[in-house]
Design a protein around this ligand. Structure first.
Ligand SMILES: *[C@@H]1O[C@H](CO)[C@@H](O)[C@H](O)[C@H]1NC(C)=O
Ligand SMILES: *[C@@H]1O[C@H](CO)[C@@H](O)[C@H](O)[C@H]1NC(C)=O
Length: 360
């Protein structure tokens, strides 16, 4: 028993070092510690403008002000309240994706009420609310009156927050940290990272690789050596559990505007011929590309434009996404001669390239 308490304390301390705190334990003994901590928090976050507006409704009309995180057992209904006459909420995307009927939000006179019935491990995540400042129908978020809490819904059979897939692909980039998202449903679970081939535990040094129970394993500066198939293992009081498998692939593409090439099926054509002009972008596997075409017969003649993308494996763990847009012009006429300009856009910028189609 004593050993267990010490273990818990050690793990709690570890959590604090990660910048987390264990709030909201309604037991008496936690009460004093809690006050002290929220006092500290106010000082360090002077932008926080006083108290959290987010509370959990406990039984018998008691309330618990939520500051950072809360650990609850799954299955037991959750009621949160957020102070204010117009309130906006955010909650784990999982609840949105499935338009979950277990979740309901109701605005009352002085507070908004969020009820989640029969919470499950997959609901683990951040719940936040904010006061809305409205001018007629236009509302903005009052950043001074915003509160959030990360809620763990523990379930001894689901130490990992369940994933919707059984196998995840993670792209590693040299220029930014990567996350292996094996989040846990209990902040006290001990989590390790394992490589499948060759089998073995990955050493976690806290700098290059670290673990955050709310995010997963974070690899600061991924390199080619980090590719492979991995899984996480968690141990709490029961038997160890494994996460889904993650395939880590290395992507050696600098993030920036798309790198584009363009090619016409023929550059000199005669009246009545057909041509295809293909615009190709090689880039980040998970960066979407939008194509826009500008061409001589625009708005005057029908053309067909088809877009597609696929992943190509360039060997030794390198993966690239190839995105293409093809404009097909049939039965060429005089108005179709000229420049076909393809503009490819991604989140970083846009690039335009042109191909000339002339008559022979
Ligand atoms: C917090 O606890 C420490 C040590 O227990 C004590 O010295 C300090 O006065 C407390 N602070 C507040 C704000 O209660
Ligand atoms: C244009 O592409 C379509 C579809 O791939 C193909 O069937 C057609 O033969 C191509 N036309 C030319 C002129 O290359």
């Amino acid at each position: 028993m004593k050993v267990w308490i010490i273990m818990t304390l050690v793990l709690l301390c570890e959590e604090f070092q990660n910048g987390l705190s264990q709030q909201g334990n309604p037991r008496k003994e936690g009460g004093r510690r809690q006050k002290n901590r929220s006092g500290k928090r106010k000082e360090s976050e002077s932008a926080g403008k006083g108290q959290s507006i987010l509370t959990q409704v406990l039984d018998k009309g008691r309330f618990l002000r939520l500051v950072d995180s809360l650990t609850l057992s799954s299955g037991k209904d959750l009621e949160l309240r957020c102070k204010g006459s117009r309130i906006g909420w955010a909650y784990p995307t999982y609840l949105d994706t499935f338009k979950d009927s277990r979740l309901s939000i109701r605005q009352q006179d002085k507070y908004s009420q969020l009820i989640l019935t029969s919470p499950v491990a997959a609901d683990t995540g951040e719940f936040s609310c904010w006061a809305l400042l409205c001018d007629g129908d236009e509302c903005t978020r009052d950043t001074d009156r915003t509160s959030s809490a990360y809620i763990y819904f523990t379930d001894k059979d689901e130490l990992f927050v369940p994933s919707t897939t059984h196998f995840d692909i993670i792209y590693l980039r040299p220029d930014k940290p990567s996350v292996i998202p094996c989040r846990v449903t209990s902040p006290l679970a001990k989590v390790t990272l394992h490589r499948e081939v060759p089998p073995g535990e990955v050493s976690v040094d806290g700098t290059q690789i670290s673990y955050n129970p709310r995010k997963g394993f974070i690899i600061q500066q991924p390199s080619l050596e980090d590719t492979g198939i991995f899984y996480c293992k968690a141990v709490s009081r029961s038997t160890p559990q494994m996460s889904v498998k993650y395939q880590l692939l290395y992507v050696e593409v600098p993030s920036g505007p798309p790198s584009v090439t363009i090619e016409a099926s023929s550059t000199t054509v005669g009246g009545g011929d057909n041509i295809n002009v293909t615009c190709t972008v090689l880039g980040d596997p998970d960066v979407d590309v939008d194509f826009v075409w500008t061409f001589p017969g625009q708005d005057q003649r029908p053309v067909s434009i088809t877009e597609a993308w696929r992943l190509i494996n360039r060997g030794s763990g390198h993966t690239t996404r190839i995105s293409q847009s093809v404009i097909a012009v049939e039965d060429i006429e005089t108005i179709d001669f000229g420049d076909y300009i393809c503009t490819a856009k991604n989140i970083h910028g846009e690039t335009s390239v042109a191909a000339q189609v002339a008559s022979y």
